[in-house]
Design a protein around this ligand. Structure first.
Ligand code: NDP
Length: 295
């Protein structure tokens, strides 16, 4: 049986590592109180340091951190203790990372004989708790097959996307599509609300019509019209993904227009609402510009 280690117990990692407690599972978090809480709640083993985590000699080390920058720092720290690891320890990065940085991290690991897959996820904290996440994986086919033996505990759907960093590229495009759907719906509902139309009624019929999306079916009724804005995904992290997607556009499709507009709106929303706002609060920015509350 695989023995696993998990680094980063935030909104996603806390729940995902909880589902891995069916394996021997060691957890590390920068704020140690959260790792202790995890250990109490799920029966995982608390590691007070990266060195202690390495001493457990895990067969797979998962990271779920804000950006590739934090992942690179953690990997460099792990490499200071690499003699404690199994020779074939697989590194699995569930962070929504930057593809170019992922390839760089892969080279750092490769130079010490280790391999890595990028395995970002979609489905939010609720999907993380339920084990229903989608996982988009980059790396070698054989590492993907190895990951699958463990990943079925956290994800209902793992898709092999191609060489290392392919998962991170797909994830960035997924998230910019997600945000674009949210903002286009918010703009439309802002105009309808100003016309005096009830946005809840508009959503009910749109959701039975061709303009519907995950955003109109789930986020707008549950997080926006309710005024809860409680999805639990930071706006600053979503904005990071939108900027990653635009760097992909710079390289592969500079003529693209829609994603550039989403980027402008998202950057403005972060300035207005702050990094730690919920991503659904992009709609508050649209409301501010339109001078209307969608309710
Ligand atoms: P959170 O902000 O909730 O958690 C971030 C985690 O990273 C915490 O465990 C935090 O530790 C740790 N961390 C932050 N900075 C550092 C650092 N400098 N060194 C070491 N550890 C650090 O993020 P999420 O769990 O929401 O997101 C994690 C990743 O998953 C991101 O890439 C995000 O884009 C992606 N994602 C998020 C989804 C969501 O709905 N929330 C959905 C799908 C993907 P500490 O407790 O000490 O602050």
């Amino acid at each position: 049986m695989a023995n696993v280690a998990w680094i980063g117990l935030g909104a996603m990692g806390f729940q995902m590592a909880g589902r891995l407690s069916r394996f021997p599972c060691v957890v590390y978090n920068r704020a140690t109180s959260i790792a202790k809480e995890h250990s109490t709640k799920f029966g995982t083993v608390f590691a007070p340091s990266i060195q202690t985590l390495c001493k457990s000699s895990p067969s797979m080390i998962f990271t779920c951190l804000p950006t590739s920058k934090e992942v690179e720092n953690v990997i460099n720290e792990i490499m200071c203790h690499k003699e404690l690891l199994q020779k074939d320890t697989l590194f699995v990065d569930c962070t929504s990372g930057e593809p170019a940085d992922t390839r760089k991290i892969g080279k750092i690991l490769e130079s010490s004989g280790f391999s890595m897959v990028d395995a970002p996820i979609s489905g939010g904290p609720h999907g993380a708790k339920a084990g229903t996440l989608s996982m988009m994986v980059g790396g070698s086919r054989s590492d993907f097959d190895r990951l699958k033996s463990v990943a079925t505990a956290i994800s209902a759907n793992q898709v092999y996307c191609g060489p290392l960093s392919s998962g991170h590229a797909v994830k960035a495009i997924n998230n910019i599509m997600n945000s674009t759907h949210l903002m286009v719906a918010a703009e439309g509902l802002a105009a309808l609300t100003k016309m005096g139309i009830d946005p809840a009624a508009a959503l009910r019929v749109i959701n039975a019509s061709s303009g519907r999306s995950l955003q109109t079916e789930q986020r707008l009724p549950k997080a926006v019209l309710s005024r809860k804005f409680d999805y639990n995904f930071k706006l600053g992290l979503m904005n990071k993904d939108i900027n990653i997607a635009n760097r992909i556009m710079d390289d592969y499709f500079p003529e693209a227009l829609l994603m550039r507009t989403t980027q402008v709106l998202s950057n403005n929303a972060v300035k207005e609402m702050g990094y730690d706002a919920d991503y659904t609060e992009m709609v508050r920015y649209v409301e501010k510009v339109a001078n209307v509350i969608i309710q």
